[in-house]
Design a protein around this ligand. Structure first.
Ligand SMILES: N[C@@H](CCC(=O)N[C@@H](CS)C(=O)NCC(=O)O)C(=O)O
Length: 266
């Protein structure tokens, strides 16, 4: 599914390898929102980034994903275009934008109802902090015990996630894809990278029955066209993470985790 054609396309600042940007990408695809993808981070020889000047102009941290209105909508308005960033927020934005512009016939990624919405935000943020962030500690921390502890934490939390998947599944809340699924999907696709760089003990155990609902969830998520379109070649993707695995990455996440903070602290 390529970017959908349309008169007024959002500008989507992304990086092909970035799991946070992939969350926004899946949400835009899900609702078939017209967008122009703009590769905004190029990795330099010294493992840092050169960033797209328009990204830097609109997002002070220069992080992807960042979504801007179509250029035409920005012109003549005087004020700087309103930028949308932070991947979980971009997912909610995709729902609201699609509804506002009558673009989608797909269910929203946020559930209905104030309590259900709040619960979904809590759960998506939990996934971000308790499953996605330890992923970076496994790769970036140099101490073996810290790596082991981070992986044990990730696995224990993946079991909690599995246990809380709707009994009929396949998705977290049942038949419809939600923000909670989109929060985890890009990392679930990248778990092989941990085993690739850290060895056998760092694979997600395929025969662990407590993880069965998770494996069923995973198989269903990666088959969705909105997700499939965003999945990168696994060899190419693993190569990008070498700079994390040898702790040389000059990125905000790399700096934070080297300094003993968490990826979600940036
Ligand atoms: N909390 C942010 C994190 C986004 C993020 O870390 N993106 C990375 C790429 S994967 C980035 O833009 N890095 C630029 C940098 O480190 O300077 C979100 O959820 O959107």
């Amino acid at each position: 599914m390529a970017a959908v054609k349309g008169a007024s396309r959002l500008r989507f600042f992304t990086a092909w390898f970035c799991p946070y940007a992939q969350r926004a990408w899946i949400a835009l695809n899900h609702h078939r929102i017209p967008y122009t993808p703009i590769e905004a981070l190029s990795i330099t020889e010294d493992k840092g980034y050169v960033k797209h000047p328009v990204l830097l102009q609109h997002n002070p941290k220069g992080l992807v994903p960042t979504i801007l209105p179509a250029e035409a909508e920005e012109k003549g308005k005087g004020a700087a275009a309103p930028a949308v960033f932070e991947s979980l927020l971009c997912i909610e934005f995709a729902d609201e934008y699609a509804n506002e512009k009558n673009l989608s016939n797909k269910p929203n990624l946020m559930p209905k109802g104030a309590f259900a919405k709040a619960q979904a935000r809590i759960m998506a943020s939990w996934v971000d902090r308790q499953i996605c962030s330890p992923f970076y500690r496994v790769l970036i921390r140099k101490d073996q015990k810290e790596r082991d502890d981070a992986f044990a934490e990730l696995l224990a939390n993946l079991r909690v996630f599995a246990k809380n998947i709707h009994p009929q599944g396949p998705f977290f809340y049942g038949t419809d894809l939600s923000i909670v699924d989109v929060a985890l999907a890009p990392w679930a696709y990248r778990f092989y990278i941990l085993e690739h760089y850290r060895g056998k003990g760092f694979g997600i155990p395929a025969n662990d029955t407590t993880l069965s609902p998770y494996f069923r969830w995973y198989d269903a998520v990666v088959e969705l066209p909105a997700v499939k379109d965003t999945l990168q070649d696994k060899k190419k993707l693993a190569a990008v993470y070498e700079r994390y695995a040898d702790a040389s990455a000059k990125s905000m996440v790399g700096d934070a985790v080297r300094a003993g903070k968490e990826a979600h602290d940036i």
